[in-house]
Design a protein around this ligand. Structure first.
Ligand SMILES: *Cc1c(COP(=O)(O)O)cnc(C)c1O
Length: 413
């Protein structure tokens, strides 16, 4: 009668910009026994996770905790807790995820002002600052690393300008956290959202966020505690309560803080995963981890170029953990991806919008960002391209990548 077999998922080499391969130590942590969400053994793990998240975000902010849900849950929680209908938001868009910020802010009734540039470009920071002076928004919402185009928007001047102009700077650092510098305090970013399934190498399902007092003050005014758990200290009349219950950061704060207010049931196994993921990040060291991402990116890029292929994002603002390859003329990009998966068990990504069918995207994130993966994807891509009749420099890709590793080894001696 029972026709369903036990799960037996195939082993893959995942080289997409997320989700990526999960560190085996994280998978192990996820299989440890469940605890109640108010068990002191568990709340201690919550506190430890907050402490480690602060270090990963390079911040002294008190608030740093995960939202349960995928990365966009973190974005949605921050935006819906901060924005009330009619609030003005400026969003510079340079790829798909800029539109996601727009979409979420719009659904919260904000007045949206956008700036757009071509996919593959980023903004001059001064352009954004000038636009802020004109628009006078309450919030600037911007993506740090655009996985759709493989570009990274510099923020070091934008943050301080926001502070000066009294604008809240909210940043989607989903793709960059744990893979390259996201200097929350130094760049004066007010709220930052990270992701788990990218450079942290934790499964999708949580979104770590951090925010400062400026954001906390805005949220505090809108705080409304659920009637069933409210006490005398909670106001019952609130003018513009946060529209979402699930994503209400003011209530979540009281679950992550000493009050331990009952809100949702915490996703215990995911918290184990995140705790282990950030522990591994700090054990490796932020600087070492960012250098590792740069090294494997370099080997991949040199290999791809030596093969004779073009890099779409070969620009100074390239996102270190995403390499976009121009699909050669006459080659069916989807057929190449299918063959990589079927014959080699390797997954690479296509792209969205104006770039769909034009580029492949290879992610080098977290645990997937390893030498053997880089060499494997270069070898397999070469074989598959030959199979598809593309004219490439045979044998050159792997040699170029090996050269990068060899000189890195020499430099390390
Ligand atoms: C992956 C990604 C997201 C969305 O994450 P989900 O976990 O799919 O909700 C948002 N922003 C950026 C920049 C991303 O790379």
């Amino acid at each position: 009668m029972n026709a369903f077999k036990e799960i037996n998922s195939p082993l893959r080499t995942i080289m997409t910009p997320g989700p990526v391969e999960v560190d085996p130590r994280v998978l192990r942590a996820m299989s440890t026994p469940i605890l109640g969400q108010f068990d002191p053994a568990f709340t201690q793990m919550m506190n430890e996770t907050m402490e480690m998240l602060r270090q990963v975000f390079q911040t002294k902010n008190h608030w740093a905790f995960p939202i349960d849900g995928t990365s966009r849950a973190g974005i949605e929680a921050v935006l819906c807790s901060v924005l009330k209908p009619g609030d003005r938001v400026l969003i510079p868009i340079y790829g798909r995820f800029g539109y996601l910020l727009t979409e979420i802010a719009e659904r919260n009734g904000a007045e949206i002002h956008i700036m757009e540039c071509e996919w593959g470009e980023v903004f001059n920071q001064q352009e954004i600052i000038n636009e802020m002076k004109k628009v006078k928004p309450k919030v600037l919402a911007v993506v740090h690393g655009e996985t759709s185009t493989g570009c990274m928007q510099p923020l070091d001047e934008i943050g301080p300008a926001c502070r000066e102009l009294d604008v809240l700077c909210i940043v989607d650092a989903v793709a960059t956290i744990g893979g390259t510098n996201v200097k929350v305090d130094e760049w004066e970013l007010d709220a930052v959202i990270g992701g788990t399934q990218k450079c942290l190498s934790v499964p999708s399902g949580m979104a770590p966020i951090t925010y400062n007092d400026r954001v906390e003050q805005v949220i505090a005014v809108r705080k409304k505690v659920e009637k069933g758990v409210a006490t005398e200290q909670d106001r019952s009349e609130v003018q513009h309560p946060i529209s979402s219950n699930y994503f209400d950061i003011s209530q979540l704060q009281d679950y992550w803080g000493p009050r331990r207010l009952n809100h949702h049931t915490e996703a215990t196994s995911m918290l184990y995963a995140l705790r282990e993921g950030v522990r591994i990040v700090l054990q490796e060291g932020l600087k070492e981890r960012f250098e590792r991402h740069r090294l494997h990116e370099k080997a991949l890029v040199k290999g791809i170029k030596a093969m004779g292929l073009g890099i779409f994002n070969d620009v100074p603002w390239k996102l270190p953990m995403v390499t976009c390859i121009n699909i050669p003329a006459g080659i069916d990009g989807e057929s190449v991806r299918t063959m990589l998966l079927q014959q080699f068990g390797i997954e690479i990504a296509s792209s969205f919008g104006p770039l769909h069918g034009k580029i492949w995207r290879i992610g080098t994130m977290g645990y997937s960002c390893r030498k053997e993966n880089i060499l494997f994807v270069l070898a397999a891509l070469e074989a598959v391209l030959i199979r598809h009749g593309a004219s490439i420099q045979m044998g050159e890709g792997l040699q170029a990548a090996l050269n990068v590793y060899e000189s890195a080894n020499l430099a390390a001696v």
